[in-house]
Design a binder for this molecule. Structure first.
Ligand SMILES: Nc1ncnc2c1ncn2[C@@H]1O[C@H](COP(=O)(O)OP(=O)(O)O)[C@@H](O)[C@H]1O
Ligand SMILES: [Mg+2]
Length: 331
């Protein structure tokens, strides 16, 4: 028995007359971990989720979820998992509470427990005020929260969320992130979450796998992935333009010069930790700066490095700024 909550070995799914949607992926997700499966449209995220949730048989390879083989032990897998899938169908004419009661009976919860479980989950996802309204009147965020509640009815140990926040505004997205994080931290639920959003993976996932054209092209914690593609850069603008050369010479002690439109920038030799040294050195040299930034590499830099394309362009709504700027106090 493996120690993984989700484990896949050389998993492949080929569609007839279609692409090799999933082209030999390996996964190992630890119990209680939030694993972010990040990739553009058509990368193979949903196909992977469908195989792991027993909805689609793999063409080849093996996968175990909650310790059970997805092909030979389908019923055991299904009993252990919850899933909120992309094409989730809610009935517009039923209320939120009715959906949950229905789900509770489908999951064969004892009759006496169904109402209580429904109420509990409604409260948990913040829908108490809307529980008896028809889903027709729900916002996108409320529907995704109801999907999540329905996936939790039978207290699964592994939860699959396929693009749970696509199309949601940032407030609804953040509310869902909080709930998912709480499930993992407090209830030790293992979460496998697909997303097209860099920020979602960045904020929520303990570990991220980047999938492109059926392949996992990078995997690790977000910090590991970012560190792999590049070191942070520090950029400064002198308060007195006459100090520009002196500033450039001083910063060059910390790394190789790189482009800056406004001032002077270097790619730090030793990573983020030397920012304090930079500030001290500026102080010692008596160079006053008008502004100082630390630029961290982003997950988009990772995606770009691995695929030659930017993931941000494929976002249909607001994108994360390509460089996250941490403005420091002028020294
Ligand atoms: N039932 C299907 N038949 C044929 N091709 C499919 C089918 N489902 C998905 N595909 C193709 O497989 C690839 C991966 O799709 P999918 O897993 O849905 O990607 P994602 O969820 O990352 O957007 C795409 O090229 C898609 O068109
Ligand atoms: Mg999909």
């Amino acid at each position: 028995m493996s120690d993984y909550a989700i484990e896949a070995t050389d998993l492949v799914r080929e569609f007839k007359n279609g692409p090799r949607a999933v082209d030999g992926i390996d996964l190992g997700v630890a119990p209680g971990e939030i694993y972010g499966f990040l990739g553009p449209n058509g990368a193979g995220k949903s196909t992977t989720v469908h195989m792991l949730t027993t909805l689609l048989p793999p063409t080849s390879g093996t996968a175990r979820v909650a310790g059970y083989d997805v092909v030979t032990e389908g019923p055991q897998v299904r009993a252990a998992i919850g899933a909120a899938l992309q094409e989730a169908a809610l009935d517009p004419l039923l209320t939120g509470r009715e959906h949950l009661r229905l789900q509770a009976s489908l999951q064969a919860l004892p009759r006496a427990e169904r109402n209580q479980r429904a109420n509990e989950l409604i409260a948990r996802v913040g829908l108490t005020h809307a529980a008896d309204r028809k889903v027709r009147g729900y916002s996108g965020g409320m529907k995704r929260r109801l999907d999540l509640a329905m996936a939790l009815v039978h207290s699964p140990s592994v939860l699959f969320l396929d693009e749970p926040t696509t199309g949601l505004d940032i407030q609804s997205r953040t509310a869902l992130w909080d709930e998912v994080a709480r499930l993992a931290r407090e209830d030790e639920v293992t979460v496998f979450l697909t997303t097209q959003y860099l920020e979602e993976a960045d904020v929520l996932a303990d570990r991220v796998g980047i999938i492109d054209q059926g392949h996992i092209v990078a995997e690790g914690t977000t910090d590991e992935l970012k560190a792999e593609v590049g070191r942070p850069t520090v950029e400064a603008i002198p308060a007195d333009p006459e100090d520009a050369v002196r500033l450039a010479d001083m910063l060059a002690r910390f790394g190789d010069p790189c482009g800056s439109t406004k001032g002077v920038a270097v790619r730090l030799e030793t990573g983020e930790t030397s920012l304090a040294d930079v500030v001290r050195a500026l102080d010692d040299a008596g160079i006053e700066v008008a502004n100082l930034w630390l630029h961290q590499p982003t997950l988009d830099d990772v995606f770009l490095a691995k695929t030659g394309r930017s993931l941000e362009g494929s976002d249909d709504d607001e994108a994360e700024p390509s460089r996250r700027e941490l403005a420091a106090e002028p020294v």
